[in-house]
Design a protein around this ligand. Sequence first.
Ligand code: MG
Ligand code: MG
Length: 265
Amino acid sequence: MIYLKTEDEIELLRAANQLVATTLAEIARIVRPGISTAEIDRVAETCIRDHGAEPTFKGFPNPYGGPFPGSVCTSVNDVVVHGVPREEDILKEGDIISVDCGTLLNGYNGDSCYTFMVGEVSEETKRLLRTTKEALYKGIEEAVAGHRIGDISHAVQSHCEAQGYGIVREFVGHGIGREMHEDPPVPNYGSRGKGKQLRNGLCIAIEPMITQGSHEIYMMPDRWTIKTRDGRWAAHFEHTIAIHHGKADILSSFEEVERIEASRQ
Ligand code: MG
Ligand code: MG
């Protein structure tokens, strides 16, 4: 069942997503070689709770095992999604880390992910990150009233496959509202003109998960961490958007993160 949101609900979702943006900016300030993923998790949890919200991911139930132990997912290099923050996982120069963050504020969810560079990364890695982020915005461009979910999916897939990258199939974007995961699913692969029609009030998370090599993945014994089967790296960028006045209204934001990244160049 798809729940279309009212104007008031879109503003509540915007507030939750702006808090995700604030949290990702806090992380942008501290990502560097030598920091642990557990430290990133602590900074994120403090930021979220200091703003009167809950980290949605903490304790998130798992159909395969125990609840998620962290407040954010910290997915390093060949980890695609759902990386578990750990004291012993220390970032190194040249790594990449996708930090996926969810907040529950006043009953509504924020959900956004950014892949950060740790120190100086290779040109090959930069191209993966650039292409994945571009694909996210190509998808968002298609998110207008009257289009269909497949138009978003096709835009993401064709942009990444043209660059020779893999598109993860098992994890997809989603509707968002009072629940973090609502209908409809928003795959990163598909055909133009197919799927549910986009209408004003539809709120969705668009989140390309893109691999340098094959799109095949596997689950680690911790029953959370998802890695690429071939060991090549993966990137993940996510925005929550509303179809609002016929167009995509991006409720989350990378603005502050990108300002911090640019100041480091
Ligand atoms: Mg997410
Ligand atoms: Mg999501």
